[in-house]
Design a protein around this ligand. Structure first.
Ligand SMILES: [Fe+2]
Length: 260
């Protein structure tokens, strides 16, 4: 006689409160990470820890502390989300990989940030061709613990959602996101600091961005919306904000450039 199969329950890949809201992202269920994956996380944070206060705009190290993300193991996303949601209403949500604009911007609109549910290879401590959990969870989420930054990203997502399915305008929005949220620099009273999560999550990119190698240009909405970029090399040109508020207050210019 055949024995009844045990009932197993898989974690739902889509957070319950997102069901029925039209999200097209490729969600991924939470999973246990291997010791090798935890080790890669720990190795990258060990390289970063002594440098980030001096290299990255203060909202980043402040966010790492607020979210208690600085441990030796990949933190539980539920734990991080509990702290982050209490601060700014944002949450991370696991996805399989890079999302295109049509899936990405509705997430931002609803205060969700996609987190690639995989860890780069141990040999790629300094660079990952695809955004992994180190880039997304460690590189991006601490910024979202800052209220002004968090509100700006939500407005950005809401604005971008007007242009889903419009490749020309989505490209302008992606360029803008790339040169600010991912690869921006910012002036501070203490000197030039990294503002972009794409730089912040890489020790090598941090050193390069603050060296005299890249050409640093003043923040310019029109120039950014018109500028192509490559994802497979260090950025030859970076843009520097006068302050984070310059970005947060650039919406009317952005609207004009994207809608032109
Ligand atoms: Fe990113």
């Amino acid at each position: 006689m055949q024995q009844p199969q045990p009932v197993t329950s898989m974690p739902a890949p889509v957070p319950v409160d997102m069901l029925g809201r039209g999200h097209s992202a490729q969600f991924s269920p939470a999973r246990p990470f291997t010791d090798e994956e935890h080790g890669t996380w720990a190795a990258i944070l060990a390289l970063h820890r002594p440098r980030r206060q001096a290299q990255i705009v203060s909202i980043f190290p402040d966010g790492v502390a607020k979210l208690a993300m600085d441990g030796e193991r990949i933190p539980s996303l539920d734990d991080i989300n509990g702290r982050l949601a209490a601060l700014t209403g944002w949450r991370g949500v696991y996805v399989k990989g890079l999302e295109d604009g049509n899936a990405f911007y509705p997430l931002l609109r609803d205060r969700y940030f996609p987190i690639g549910n995989f860890v780069r290879d141990r040999k790629d401590l300094n660079y990952t061709p695809a955004p992994d959990i180190v880039h997304d969870l460690y590189g991006h989420l601490p910024f979202h613990a800052d209220r002004a930054y968090a509100d700006y990203c939500q407005r950005y997502g809401e604005f971008a959602c007007q242009f889903l399915g419009d490749p020309v305008r989505l490209q302008r929005l992606e360029r803008y996101f790339w040169f600010t949220i991912e690869f921006g620099l910012v002036k501070t009273p203490a000197g030039r600091r990294i503002f972009g999560a794409g730089i912040a999550s890489s020790v090598g990119e941090c050193a390069y961005a603050l060296s005299d190698q890249p050409e640093v240009r003043p923040f310019d909405v029109e120039a950014i919306c018109a500028r192509d970029y490559r994802v497979d090399e260090m950025q030859k040109v970076l843009f520097e904000l006068e302050s984070p508020e310059q970005l947060y207050q650039s919406f009317s210019k952005l609207k004009a450039c994207v809608q032109a």
